[in-house]
Design a protein around this ligand. Sequence first.
Ligand code: SF4
Length: 359
Amino acid sequence: MIYIHIPFCYSRCSYCAFFSTTMLEMRSLYVDALLKEYAMRQDYLPKGKKIRTIYLGGGTPSQLSNKDLARLLHVLPVDEAEEVTIEANPSDMTEAKLKAWREMGINRLSIGIQSFDEGMLAWLNRRHGSKQALKVVKLAQDLGYDNISIDLMYALPYQTMDKWKADIETAIGLGVQHISTYCLSYEPGTPLYNLREKGLARETDEELANEMYAYLCERLKQAGYVHYEVSNFALPGFESKHNSRYWDGTPYLGLGAGAHSYDGTSRQWNIDNLKKYLRDIMNGKVPFKREKLTATQQYNEQVMLGLRTSRGIEATDELLQKAQPYLATGKLRVEDGKIIATLDGINILNTIITDLMRE
Ligand code: SF4
C-alpha cells in the first residue's frame, strides 16, 4: 500500500496542529518531488507484492490541480489497486474535478465535512458551509461515487447534544458508506487553543463528550453501520481497506514531506519541512529518520492497534492475565479467542492499552 502526503491547505483550520502549509505556489514542484521520491524508493516494499491501496492524504489533496494529480497517478500503480482514496475539502469538489478524479482511477472519497452546523464550522474556521457539503456529497453520488466517507467532529465549543444528534442524522440521511469521527482536542499553539486559554471558547466537558460518543455508536449501529474501529464506522463491506491494513501491521510506503513508512520491522518518517524536503529530493536524497522496532515495540503496537479495532487481539495467557481487572468490570470482553474493548472500555482505552503492553 502507498500513502502520499499532500501538505497544502488553502487556509488553516483553527484546531489544526498537523503538518501543512498554505504555500500553494509550491504544488507543482512538490508533485515533481513526489515522482522523484517514488522513483528512488521503488525497492522499499517487498518485490512482487501487489499494491492494493493508494491513499492521498493531507493537508488537502483536493487542492492539487487535475494536471498535477494526473501526473502523479499516471505513474503510481493505480490499475492494480482495489481502493484509491483522496481526502477532499467540500470547497474544492467541483463537477470537473470529481469527473477527472474518477477518470484517473480514484474510487473512494474521504470528505472533510466535520459538521453540518454553520456555527460549528465557523468555530473550526472551515472554508465550506453546510449547504455546500450537502451539495457536493449528492453531486459525487450522482456522478457514480459509491464509496464515500465523511469526517465528523464532536465535543466542539458550545456544541449541544441536540446539535450533535442533528449532524449524525444528516450524515445518515446522506447514505454515505463510511463515517470517521473525531473528538476535538485543543492542541497547544492552535488558534482554538489560544481562544480557550483566554476564556473565549468553552471546552466540552468529558462527561458530555463521552455521552456524545456513546450516542454516536448506538445511533450508527441502529442505522446499519459497523463500528469496526474506535473512530470509524462503515456500512458492511465498506470498511477502509487502506486503514484496516495499517491496523493489521501491513508494510506501506509513505511518500512526501512528513510521510511515514513501515517495512515490517522498522518505521521511518520523512522530514516535515517542505523546503528541506524539496531541496533534498531534488539533490537525489530522501530526507528521513528511521527507527528499528524491537520485538517489544512490535508487540506493543499490535496490542495498541488491535484493541482499537472490533477484531480485537489474540487472547493469549499473558494478555488474559493482564486484562483480568478490565474483563471483570466489563471494559473488555473475550469473543472467539479475541480480547475486544467494550464501549465502556473505549472511554479509558489508553489506560487499558498501557496496562496490557510489555515493558
Ligand atoms: S484542511 Fe486539514 S490539514 Fe488543512 S488546516 Fe484544516 S485540518 Fe489542518
